[in-house]
Write a protein that binds this ligand. Sequence first.
Ligand code: SAM
Ligand code: SF4
Length: 341
Amino acid sequence: MNNILHEVIPLSSANLIDPFGRHIDYVRISVTDRCDFRCTYCMDEDVTFLRRKDILSLEEIVNIAQTFIKLGSKRIRITGGEPLVRKNILWALEQISNTPGLEELTLTTNGSQLKKMAKSLSNAGVTRINVSLDTLSPELFEKMTRRDQFHQVIEGIEEMALHDFKRNKINSVILKNHNDNEIADLAQFALNRNMDISFIEEMPLGVITDHDRAAAYISSDEIIDTLKKRFTLNPSVLKTGGPSTYFDVENHQGHIGIISPHSHNFCSTCNRIRLTAEGRLLLCLGNEHSMDLKPYLRQPEEQDITLDEAIIKSLDLKPEKHHFNLNEEPQILRFMSATGG
Ligand code: SAM
Ligand code: SF4
């Protein structure tokens, strides 16, 4: 181990600052790249998953999460792939949520396991859940996810609402001529249940064969224009730590958010980094800058620096911004499922 480096880098939250002065206090951890759905914008049907031995064990994931918390991270989001298909995930969630210093443990899920797991997730210390739901039509759901599980997801959302989560949210990716005629209905669905909803612009992550991403592009401004025909929206002060910009909705408790990686670049306020299922710390969703943390877990004696120091050093790699262009071949070949949304 390099003691000099250990001495000059005191381990504190002040170290989680990138070269552009952004305080990185939010870590998203993908616990698996596997999924029980095959959403058309996310992956193809016959996608190749990582080999099991290349995926971090739950103990390794907990170790990294606790190291981040020690270094000052206040919020951790568990994602995937589908995080709830990972065996024994509740054990890992409990370990992470019980770590002193953590303020929020959140989860992103496709909802397929929520009916049976919502109560256990609440008991394990998950404070907020985002569920992905792109349509209210069972037929379109099957087309967009390539799975016939619409009713299971809706029942999961209803079950989640019965438990003690702080604020739940629906995430909807909107594609032109696919589900753009459901924008207001999806918002109504969430608002009727006092949930928030965020509408997401599709990102060119990985090569897909289902549709032309450029042809399916619809901007957040168009989405907001559509919503304004049914709801009265006012800019909100709500911030949840992610990339959503929120609106208050007259006569409703829930908020409507937009996530606009194309039309309104949000990089200047980016406070997030992601850990892939194989232990690569990814500094930006739209760039390949990363640091492989696995050697610091599996062969620590062969490394010059510790895991803590490697994490701090990796922040130097965080790029200023992403560049997405739907009209070019995808520059980022990994799928969102490998990265963690
Ligand atoms: N399986 C879980 C789910 O679907 O919520 C968690 C992982 S998923 C990769 C996280 C989020 O990324 C989902 O809301 C999904 O809709 C979104 N997503 C996946 N691929 C995307 C893409 N190419 N562009 C924009 N959002 C995407
Ligand atoms: Fe699975 Fe989520 Fe990707 Fe859909 S968006 S295929 S549910 S990882």
